[in-house]
Each structure stands twice: as C-alpha cells, then as structure tokens.
Design a protein around this ligand. Structure first.
Ligand code: GCV
Length: 670
C-alpha cells in the first residue's frame, strides 16, 4: 500500500503540513495484517518520512500509539479499555506524555488516525481523558453523477462543475487511478465510507458496468478499498431487457428476479465487498416498475433479494414525480409526489432496501421545507440525500458554504421538542450526497467548495457538529499555518454565504427562477410554463404557491402536527418558506414587519452588496495564500458579483413591473 502523492492536484484538507504533528512523533501501531491496518501503517510511515518522526517498534518508546483493542496493549491503551467503541469507532486519550487511539476494528483505527491529524499539535498537548468517537450513521455515502461518455450539453458529469470524471475517461475507467486513491484518502479523512461511481441516470454504456464491464468497477473498488470506501453502482431497472435479452423487467415475472440474482452473484464473485445498487426508477424518463403496474416496493424488494445473500443493500430513490405536467393545472403539485408514492408503502420494503429521500420535496433548492416523507415511513429504512454539487446554489462559481443548510435540515424535529431529528431517522439508512468532485486541479472547481465536501463527511459522521466550527476545522487543515487574517477572512467570507446566496436568488422559499436546462443564473419565468412542476404563480396581485389544505394543493397535510398547522397558517408559517406554502398579495406583511415586495427588493439589494463584500475581502489575503489558488478564487468571485447583480436586477425588475409597487427607498430598479 502506497500513499498517493499527486503532483497535478491540490492536496485539499490533507496537505503534507497537516500531518506534521503526527509525522514528527514516535508512533507505534499495534494492529493486524488487514488492508485497513496496512493503510494506517503506511500513513504513519509516510508522515514520519516527511516530517522526521519514527515508526516505533513494540517495546520501544513512543509518543502516539494506535492499537486494536484485541491485542496486548501498553498500559496507556490498556487503561482506556472498557469504553464501548463499536464498528468504525475509536477511543482517543492522552496520559503521561503519550497519546493513544484504541479501536475494535481497523476502520476505527484509520478514523482515529485522521482524528489525530485533525487535532494536530493539540493531540500532543495537555492530558485528555479518554473519549469515545463513533459514527452516528453507518452509511455515509457520496453519489457521483458521472458518465463514461461526455454528453454534448451536460458534459461528462451531470450537474458537475469541476471538469471531467475522476473515474472515467474516453468511455472507460481511467488507466491511472492514482487520483481515485487520493480521493478515497480525502474521504476517509472526512468520514465518508461509500461511493456510487456512476450517474443515477444510467445510459446504455454505463448500464454495462453491471455485467461485461464489471472489471472496470473492480479496478476502481481496488483503489478505494484501502481507505475503507465501498463501491456502489447505479443500475438501470430495465437491465434484464437491455443486458439480459429478456422481454420484460417486471419484478414479479418469472425469470426477472432470477436474472438479477445471477447477475448480482457474479458481481460479488468479482468484488466481494461490493456495497450494492442505487436506483432511480420511474423518474425523469428512467424505467421502473410502474410500466408493469407494480409499485416501488415490488421493484426495490426484487433487487434487495438479489443483494441480501451477499450482504448488499439497494438505495432506492424516492425522487419520483410527473415531469410532464400541464402548467395550467394547479391541482397537481410536484412537492406532493414522493409522499403520495412512497408513504403508503411504509413497512413493505425489505430490510436491505433503503429508501433514499431528497431532503426537500422539490429538488435541492436553496431553501425548501424538509421532506414530509422523512416523517412518514417509520417502518422503513430511510436515507436522506443532500447535494454537495451546487446545481442550484451557484454551480461552484459562487461561494456558498452549505454546512449551515445541512445542519438545519439534520437537526429539524418533526414531532416537537425533545424528539427525533432528521438525523435520527437517517441513522437507519444513511446520509447520502451528490459529490461535487471532478478532475479539476482543485477537485471542486471553486477551491472554496472543498469545504462543502469536507463538511458533508463530518456531518455524516456526527450530524450535531457545529457547521461554523467545521468551517474553521477545514480552514485550519487546508491552509496550515495560515495567519489570523487568512483564517478570519475565509470564515467571514464563507460562514454566511448560503444566506447571502439566498438573498439574491429566488425569494421566500419559492425556488427555481433559474435558466432552464443548465440551471445557472436568473430567469424568473424560465420554468413557469414548462412541464416540470416548478411554478411561482406571480401575477399583478401576488406570488407564491398555495399548498394549504384549505384552498390549495393540500401538501401541508402531508406533515404531522405541529408542522401541518404551522405551514397551513399564514401567520405562523416561517417567513423564509412563506411563498413555498402560500400565495399572497405583494402587500402581505411578513413576520419581520416588511411587505413581501419590499422584502424582495431589500434582500436582493443586500445580497448583491454582500457578494461584493465577499469579493473585496478576498483581496486582504493576496500574498498570504497560494497565488494560483488566489487567482482562481478571485476569478470565481468576479463572476459571483456579476451574477448576483444580474439576479438582483432581474428579480427586482420583474416584481416592480408585475406589482407596480415602488421601492420604499427609491433605489434603481429597471
Ligand atoms: C441526475 C435534478 C437534476 C438532474 C438529476 C435529478 C436527480 O432533476 O437536474 O440532473 O439527475 O435531479 O436527482 O435524479
């Protein structure tokens, strides 16, 4: 096992300097010969070689010991025994000048190693009582929407803003997969343990990864395995027809489940630790069980049964809605769709069929209410899906740190105070996110978008972590030795950037207003008369979608109390979601005391100004951070300022023209 050293990519949160504290110590590793333990040994050896430390021999002196609990232990580690550790967990403590990490399994040892890296010198400072760290969620996964081929409009990675795929090139797996190994390392250091390596929209070429092109999947799995990352594959529901030569993919027809069972068996013969499948069915043109009059439990269970003998799982996406709607019809509501389709199926899914639910009912908007499906299926294993790639949040041209958004979602309580959060529900299935990584030298296009990837992994490990603290953690690792100015500037630029982005884009939770197709930049009516179900219904009198039970689509009724009442009520509905739930006159006064139309003007002026402030702040660190990185961020910030102004002017002008209500402050609107 060799540690990947990349010369053509930014080291992200693992620059050599971030390993100085560990690498300058005497480090003892007491572990078995498993692959993950070998990784820990190789990491320690590599860090020591770089920074002058030593790999200690048993019986010798050491400053840090990383040990598996089953073996014979030095006293400092022995004393930490007795704490419950569990899968992938570790105990970390320091006593009498020695730091110790104790784990029950090699994965825990690897995560413990990276915790020591995160702590840096602090890990070798004052004594610290032994503290157990365990992942709150067992499944912490990134979905890649990567294709093998380059699509003429979408590029290679669907909704990817960081260049081509790190896995695939020119229609097949890359010959040199060093970058994939380095990716696995970064992910392990943030807490992620699974990756799906192809797009959920499974096209003809990609479908074959399941069968005759499985060797390419195995090659990628081999690069990720040393860092404890399991590989998953997105599969096409119609594979029995396309790949198996059957004339049906009906889950209840003889021959179809058998085809899946045999195919899956072959997958496991090739990749014994294969994670399982991801399926987008009956959604945006992907085939599914509806074609045969079957439901989604029938479809998911068939795949679950094929995977069960091998310990695999199927992630079955709940993103199912009618994308051929008639905009004239105000009774059909896309927001209702996932709950309408899936809630009645609660209790029917196999134990290894995980229903994967987008955090909101629409589609990764800057602001949405939490999906009611998350509360509606207590007898199903649910995974919650986030989007790290910034499809609707600035496409990695805008700084938009999403930690605070995800933290709000994960901490949301459906059933009032003291009860279960979204994160608690997700413990059964997992936390999933669409990756923002590509073959760009900075991994994520916008260098500062790396923080989103990092924060996702950390929140998946521990959803209660403070996103502002995670931001500082990322800054500390990525810019080691950065001055106070660097740290403060980055923090100030990024911490509130989600709210800034929200201020200059679609107002009050109404969503979309983006350019159709590529989804970048403003186009207020871009989706207003399309079949996609993404409307704001602005007219001369008002704006917003009536989703109430009293007079609207009844969507509020999909929530349990108290939210069904809170969202139904015009006075109690939180301002930031008002237009998601209600159609109101422009003169409607928000809880904040401002009218809706004045709020639109105020936030758009403020948001664009804040974007300019973020741009100006970056000048303060010129000369203090790497010049090429500085230039890349500057170029993106220029675009953000331009785009924010465009958003401001288009949205304000649109609403001034529709409503005829002037801005109270007489600012320029066109
Ligand atoms: C992969 C949105 C995106 C699509 C994406 C889809 C999904 O509609 O625009 O590109 O498809 O979500 O999550 O399946």
């Amino acid at each position: 096992m060799t540690i990947p050293r990349l010369t053509d990519a930014h080291p992200a949160w693992l620059p050599p300097e971030a390993l100085r504290a560990v690498g300058s110590r005497r480090v003892l590793v007491l572990a078995d010969e498993s692959a993950l333990a070998q990784t820990v040994r190789a990491e320690v050896a590599d860090a020591c070689e770089r920074h002058g430390g030593t790999v200690a021999a048993p019986g010798g002196e050491f400053d840090l010991v990383l040990a598996l609990s089953a073996g014979s232990l030095p006293p400092v580690a022995e004393a930490m025994k007795g704490q419950e550790i569990g899968d992938e967990g570790f105990v970390l403590g320091r006593r009498d000048g020695v730091t110790a990490v104790l784990a029950d399994d090699p994965a825990g040892l690897l995560y413990g190693f990276f915790q020591v890296v995160r702590l840096g010198e602090e890990a070798f400072g004052a004594d610290r009582p032994a503290e157990a760290h365990r992942p709150a969620l067992r499944r912490r996964m990134l979905d890649h929407w990567d294709n093998l081929d380059v699509h003429p409009v979408m590029g290679q990675v669907e909704r990817g803003y960081s260049g081509g795929s790190i896995f695939w090139r020119n229609g097949s797996a890359r010959a040199d997969l060093t970058r994939v190994r380095a990716y696995g390392r970064l992910l392990a250091a943030s807490g992620v343990n699974a990756v799906a390596i192809n797009n959920v929209n499974v096209h003809a070429t990609e479908a074959r990864l399941l069968t005759d092109r499985l060797g390419e999947v195995a090659a990628i799995a081999a690069e990720l395995r040393p860092y404890g990352i399991r590989v998953h594959l997105s599969v096409n529901f119609a594979s029995p027809i396309a790949l198996g030569g059957l004339d049906s993919a009906d889950p209840l027809e003889e021959g179809v489940p058998e085809w899946w069972a045999a195919t899956t068996k072959r997958v496991y013969e090739t990749i014994p630790d294969f994670g399982g499948y991801v399926v987008k069915a009956d959604s945006e043109g992907q085939p599914g069980p509806f074609a045969y009059g079957r439901d989604h439990a029938d479809g998911a269970n068939m795949l679950a049964d094929a995977l069960a003998p091998h310990g695999g799982v199927v992630f079955w996406r709940a993103f199912v809605y009618d994308h051929r709607q008639d905009w004239r019809d105000r009774s059909t509501d896309r927001a209702r769709a996932a709950h309408d389709h899936f809630a009645p199926l609660d209790g029917r899914f196999r134990d290894n069929a995980i229903v994967q639910v987008k955090y909101g009912p629409m589609d990764f908007q800057t602001r949405e209410p939490v999906s009611p499906v998350i509360a509606a299926m207590p007898n199903t294993r649910l995974a919650v899906e986030l989007q790290v790639t910034q499809e609707y949040t600035g496409q990695q041209r805008h700084v938009c740190y999403l930690g605070p958004l995800w933290s709000e979602v994960l901490g949301f309580r459906f059933w009032g105070h003291g009860e279960r959060t979204v994160a608690d529900v997700a413990t059964k299935g997992g936390l999933i996110a669409v990756s923002n990584v590509g073959d760009d030298p900075y991994w994520t296009g916008h260098p500062l978008a790396q923080a989103n990837l990092y924060a996702f992994g950390r929140l998946a490990w521990s959803p209660g972590l403070d996103p502002a603290a995670l931001l500082d953690e990322w800054i500390g690792l990525t810019f080691p030795g950065g001055s106070e100015v660097v740290r403060e500037t980055l923090h100030t630029m990024m911490d509130g950037s989600w709210h800034t982005y929200e201020r200059y884009t679609a107002p009050l939770g109404v969503g979309f207003m983006v350019r159709p197709g590529h989804h970048y930049g403003p186009d207020v009516d871009g989706y207003e008369y399309t079949p996609w179900g993404t409307y704001h219904f602005a007219d001369r009198d008002g704006v917003g979608v009536d989703r109430t039970r009293a007079t609207g689509t009844g969507y509020t009724g999909q929530y349990p109390a108290p939210w069904s009442e809170v969202y139904e009520s015009l006075t109690e509905c939180p301002d930031e979601l008002l237009l998601f739930f209600h159609h109101v006159p422009y003169s409607h006064v928000l809880q904040s005391g401002t009218t809706v139309v004045q709020h639109i003007y105020d936030t758009h002026f403020a948001g664009a100004e804040e974007a300019a402030g973020i741009r100006a702040a970056w000048e303060k660190v010129e000369g203090e951070v790497d010049a090429a990185l500085h230039a890349r961020v500057r170029e993106r910030l220029d675009e953000q300022v331009r785009s924010a102004r465009e958003w401001r002017d288009q949205v304000n002008t649109y609403f001034l023209r529709k409503s005829g209500v002037p801005d109270e402050h007489g600012r320029r609107i066109y």
